[in-house]
Design a protein around this ligand. Structure first.
Ligand SMILES: NC(=O)c1ccc[n+]([C@@H]2O[C@H](COP(=O)([O-])OP(=O)(O)OC[C@H]3O[C@@H](n4cnc5c(N)ncnc54)[C@H](O)[C@@H]3O)[C@@H](O)[C@H]2O)c1
Length: 351
């Protein structure tokens, strides 16, 4: 009889979005969330009660020192991703780190080096890949429906969606940047993933801050990041991608998420419905002299969480989705966009 494998024992650090990690881990029957950590005692108690998790720690360090964890979710503000990820590897765990991977690409490289030293896995929670609409489109991409992608536009704009002034999201020292590093990472990863992660070579970026900073200053609260960023990215296969993202812009929609990719045989559109957080997927093509619009009927594919798929990959000893190496490509692009915006000229990436 085959040996019954014990459940993966998971610890979650940071209980804001970390609560959704607990829900996500619980989708897989081979996983048990056994420990949580948060510096906020009230949040720690509330989440511990809600999920009946006994092992509660005031710091990630204390949780890791207690030992016995196979996987750790890092869900703290961006500034702490690197140190806590490395500490988790040193404690022998695999890591699912929230996006953005880190504050910059240098930190991302240090995290990957630590993963290699420990012989453990690093996955980044690019959660928008895991929706039914995204998975459905990816299956069509893998089946060759689109030919070669040569142009794309990937967008996440908010009319007035700044996080509360004074919090960590609006402070460069804690977040690393504004909507580009917060929202842009998701739409950038989604486009790159569908395109097959081509290698970026040139970036022209710009950032602007006409709306949020004056409002924050008027309220006397800290806020020193952009409220809009845009970029034109060129890849070594000749493709180009436009990225646009904002927390504040004079636009019609409260929340607009859209990724369009044009391929030699067909184009795709993944967009949010009714300015909310459910998604639709379309394919546009030409057949027998007719222009066709194909709507992926929902659910296009089962929507499972990133946590579910990470657990399944670890348990089956298969490659996991959204690996740290792809998170690093995104970080290199973000660094280049901010650098290009600062310098006012295109920036070359890589050799
Ligand atoms: N994938 C997504 O769609 C998504 C959505 C929201 C947030 N995020 C990411 O998740 C991370 C957290 O964001 P959030 O919205 O949950 O923030 P948050 O401020 O709501 O929660 C962060 C929590 O971490 C705790 N914390 C901070 N430092 C800690 C430490 N050293 N040890 C233990 N606990 C610590 C805080 O007390 C707080 O409860 C960020 O990196 C953010 O970009 C991702």
């Amino acid at each position: 009889m085959a040996a019954v494998r014990e459940k993966l024992r998971v610890g979650v650090v940071g209980l804001g979005i970390g609560r959704m990690h607990i829900d996500g881990w619980r989708e897989h029957e081979g996983v048990e969330v056994v420990a949580i950590a948060d510096a906020d005692a009230a949040r720690l108690a509330q989440v511990g009660e809600r999920y009946a998790i006994e092992a509660r720690f005031a710091s990630a360090e204390a949780m890791l020192a207690a030992g016995g964890l196979d996987v750790v979710s890092i869900c703290t503000p961006n500034k702490f991703h690197k140190a806590l990820t490395i500490a988790a590897f040193e404690a022998g765990a695999h890591v699912l780190c929230e996006k953005p991977m880190a504050m910059n690409a240098g930190e991302g490289r240090a995290m990957l080096a630590a993963a290699r030293r420990a012989g453990r896995r690093l996955m980044i929670n690019f959660s928008y890949r895991f929706s039914a609409a995204s998975r459905g489109l990816k299956a069509q991409v893998d089946a060759g429906v689109f030919g070669d992608f040569y142009f794309g536009r990937t967008v996440w704009h908010r009319r007035r969606g700044m996080p509360g002034f004074g919090g960590w999201f609006g402070q460069k020292a804690l977040a690393g940047g504004g909507p580009l590093i917060d929202l842009g990472v998701h739409r950038l990863d989604l486009a790159l993933w569908l395109m097959g992660y081509p290698r970026p070579t040139w970036v022209l970026g710009s950032t602007h801050d006409p709306i949020a900073r004056p409002l924050a200053a008027a309220s006397g609260k800290a806020f020193d990041v952009e409220d809009l960023a845009a970029a034109l990215i060129r890849f070594d296969n000749g493709a180009t991608l436009v990225l646009e993202t904002s927390w504040a812009a004079h636009i019609q929609e409260a929340e607009l998420m859209e990724t369009r990719l044009l391929g030699t045989k067909a184009g795709l559109l993944q967009k949010n419905l009714n300015e909310g957080y459910s998604f639709d997927a379309h394919i546009f093509t030409e057949q027998h002299g007719a222009q066709l619009d194909v709507h992926l009927h929902p659910p296009a594919a089962p929507a499972r969480s990133a946590m579910h798929d990470f657990a399944a990959a670890i348990l089956a000893d298969l490659p996991h989705p959204a690996p740290g190496e792809q998170g690093l490509v995104v970080m290199e692009l973000l660094d280049a966009i901010y650098d290009s915006a600062r310098r006012g000229e295109p920036v070359r990436i890589g050799p």
